[in-house]
Design a binder for this molecule. Structure first.
Ligand SMILES: Nc1ncnc2c1ncn2[C@@H]1O[C@H](COP(=O)(O)OP(=O)(O)OP(=O)(O)O)[C@@H](O)[C@H]1O
Ligand SMILES: [Mg+2]
Length: 144
């Protein structure tokens, strides 16, 4: 039933919990898991950074390093399983890229955290998990 599972990771505790659930479901269904991270779109900075004291290239490198670290940590955690686990890092708006990946990659399930790294904790779900549950082409499991 579930053969390909997308787990979007931002390094937050709910996303880490989502990874655990994604892995457990994958083990039951002998599914493939893809840990997915979206680095924020910085294209607007190209123009802006000319006028500000911001090193665009350095910032981009830092986001890439941070994203790769999140994915590598998750892979390492489940390295001793027999499951097929891949990682993927892209640039863009997180919800858009997660939905695009789910559509284009033919996934059967998305396992996402309810909240992420945002400091505002008033809502049950963050904007990314909210948009993903609304627009995903497949079932979504939201993990708290
Ligand atoms: N950049 C990202 N890359 C991959 N997955 C992400 C990213 N951002 C969020 N997610 C996924 O979405 C889940 C919910 O995070 P979300 O960003 O919606 O909540 P938040 O950070 O608390 O609130 P908001 O970002 O709306 O202020 C995370 O647990 C994670 O699974
Ligand atoms: Mg967030």
């Amino acid at each position: 039933m579930f053969k390909k599972i997308l787990v979007p990771l931002d390094g937050s505790p709910p996303a880490t919990a989502a990874a655990k659930h994604g892995i457990q479901i994958a083990a039951k269904f002998d599914a493939e898991v893809i840990f997915f991270h979206v680095c924020p779109n910085l294209n607007f900075m190209n123009e802006f950074s000319i006028h500000a004291a911001i090193d665009y290239t350095q910032l981009k490198e830092e986001f890439t390093l941070q994203g790769e670290k999140i994915l590598a940590n998750a892979l390492l955690k489940y390295a001793d399983t027999d499951l097929t686990i891949h990682k993927k890092l892209v640039w863009g708006y997180p919800s858009e890229e997660i939905i695009r990946e789910a559509k284009e990659g033919g996934y059967d399930l998305i396992v996402t955290g309810s909240r992420g790294l945002s400091a505002i904790k008033g809502y049950l779900m963050g904007s990314v998990s909210n948009r993903v549950t609304k627009h995903a082409p497949c079932p979504v499991l939201v993990v708290r």
